[in-house]
Design a protein around this ligand. Structure first.
Ligand code: AFP
Length: 342
C-alpha cells in the first residue's frame, strides 16, 4: 500500500547527503560541503540551458577556438562562465583552472580566497551537443598548497592522489551528479519537477562482470601492437574467451558513466594519428585524474598504460595522457599487453 511517510523517508536530497557526509569529519568547516552544493547548483543551471539549447538558439559555434585549438560551442562558454561565476566570490577557493582557459583563473581581488582549488572541464563532449548525445561537466577539488593569498599554478598542478573530491554531472536523458569525497561513489538524479538532485545510486561499484569496452576503433590503424592485441582480446579473438560488447559515444562522461554502471573499460590510448598529440587526446588534470579517483572509489582502476593515473605529477595544466579506466582486471590486462607488445 502507498505510504507517503515511508516514501518521503526514502528521499535523500544531495544537500542532506553532503551534510551527513560532513558530520563524519568533526574538523570540517562546511566549506567543502558548500562547494559541492554550489557545483550541483551550477550543474542544474547548465542542465536547464542544455535542455533549451535548441530553443533559445544558444547552440552553435562562437566561431572561436579554445586553448586546445578546438572550436568553442556557445554552450561551452555558458557552462564555463556559470561554474566560474558560481564560485568566484564564495571565499572557498584559492584559484580555479578550466579546460577552456589557457592559464589559471585567479579569484578576483575584491573577494576573499579560501583553502580549496577547483579544476573543471565545463562541458566535456561538446562536439556532441548538436546531436543530442550525452555531455558532461567534470570537476576536481584539491586543498591548496600555497599558504595564503591568491592561489598559484602549483596549487593546480597536483597529482590525483591529492584529490579531496571529484565528480561529474552528466546531461542526458536525465541529469545526474556523481561524486566522491573518498568515501565511496554516490549518484544523484535531478528531479526536474522538484529541481533537486535526489540520491538514486548510493555506493556505486563497478559490477564484477564487465559488459562493455569503449574505444574509438576508427583509429585502429594508428594504434601500437599492444593496443591492437588488447582489443582483439576484448573481442574474444585471442583464445576462446567470450567477447565484450563495444559501445562508444565519444563523450568521456557518457562512456565512463555507462561503464561504471555496467562494468567495462574505456580507453583512449596514445596513437600516431596526430604527431602533435602523441599521448592521445585526453587531459590529465581535467579528465583523467578526476575519473581515476571516481573509478578507484568504485573498486576500479585507471592507468596511462604503465602507471596509476593518480600517481602522475602534472607538469602543465593542459597536459594530455593516454587513459585506460574501468574494471581493475581489464585495465591491468591493458597494462600487461602494453608491457609485452608495446
Ligand atoms: P569534444 O569535447 O571535442 O567533443 O571531445 C570529447 C573528448 O574530449 C572526450 O569526451 C571523448 O572521450 C573524446 O574526446 C572523443 O574523442 P574522439 O572523437 O577522438 O574519439
Amino acid at each position: 500500500m502507498y505510504d507517503p511517510a515511508l516514501q518521503l523517508k526514502r528521499i535523500i536530497t544531495i544537500e542532506r547527503h553532503i551534510l551527513e557526509e560532513q558530520k563524519t569529519y568533526p574538523e570540517a568547516t562546511g566549506s567543502l560541503t558548500s562547494l559541492l552544493y554550489d557545483l550541483g547548483l551550477a550543474g542544474k543551471f547548465i542542465a536547464n540551458n542544455a535542455a533549451r539549447a535548441g530553443l533559445v538558439e544558444i547552440l552553435g559555434s562562437t566561431e572561436d577556438y579554445n586553448v586546445q585549438g578546438e572550436e568553442v560551442m556557445k554552450l561551452d562558454r555558458l557552462a564555463n562562465e556559470t561554474i566560474y561565476r558560481f564560485n568566484d566570490h564564495t571565499g572557498r577557493l584559492a584559484v580555479m583552472a578550466s579546460e577552456e582557459s589557457a592559464d589559471i583563473i585567479p579569484i578576483p581581488e575584491k573577494y576573499p580566497t579560501g583553502k580549496y582549488v577547483l579544476l573543471f572541464d565545463p562541458l566535456d563532449g561538446s562536439s556532441n551537443i548538436a546531436y543530442n548525445t550525452p555531455i558532461g561537466t567534470i570537476f576536481s577539488i584539491y586543498r591548496r598548497i600555497s599558504a595564503d593569498g591568491p592561489g598559484t599554478l602549483e596549487d593546480c598542478l597536483q597529482p590525483g592522489c591529492n584529490l579531496v573530491a571529484a565528480g561529474y554531472i552528466i546531461y542526458s536523458t536525465s541529469t545526474m551528479m556523481v561524486y566522491s569525497t573518498g568515501r565511496g561513489v554516490h549518484g544523484f538524479t535531478l528531479d526536474p519537477g522538484l529541481g533537486e538532485f535526489l540520491l538514486t545510486h548510493p555506493n556505486i561499484c563497478f559490477p564484477v562482470k564487465p559488459k562493455y569496452y569503449s574505444v574509438n576503433q576508427g583509429y585502429e590503424k594508428y594504434w601500437s601492437e599492444g593496443i591492437k592485441r588488447f582489443t582483439s582480446h576484448l573481442q574474444g579473438l585471442e583464445g576462446d574467451e567470450k567477447s565484450l560488447s563495444m559501445r562508444y559515444v565519444g563523450s568521456l562522461v557518457g562512456d565512463f558513466h555507462r561503464n561504471l554502471l555496467s562494468g567495462g573499460v574505456f580507453y583512449y590510448p596514445a596513437d600516431s594519428k596526430d604527431p602533435k598529440k602523441p599521448a592521445g587526446k585526453l587531459r590529465l588534470t581535467y579528465e583523467a585524474a578526476p575519473l581515476a579517483f571516481i573509478a578507484e572509489q568504485a573498486g576500479g582502476y585507471a592507468s596511462d598504460g604503465a602507471r596509476n593515473i593518480l600517481d602522475i605529477q602534472p607538469e602543465s595544466l593542459h597536459q594530455r595522457t593516454p587513459l585506460f579506466v574501468g574494471n581493475r582486471e581489464l585495465v591491468e590486462e591493458a597494462e600487461n599487453y602494453l608491457r609485452q607488445y608495446g
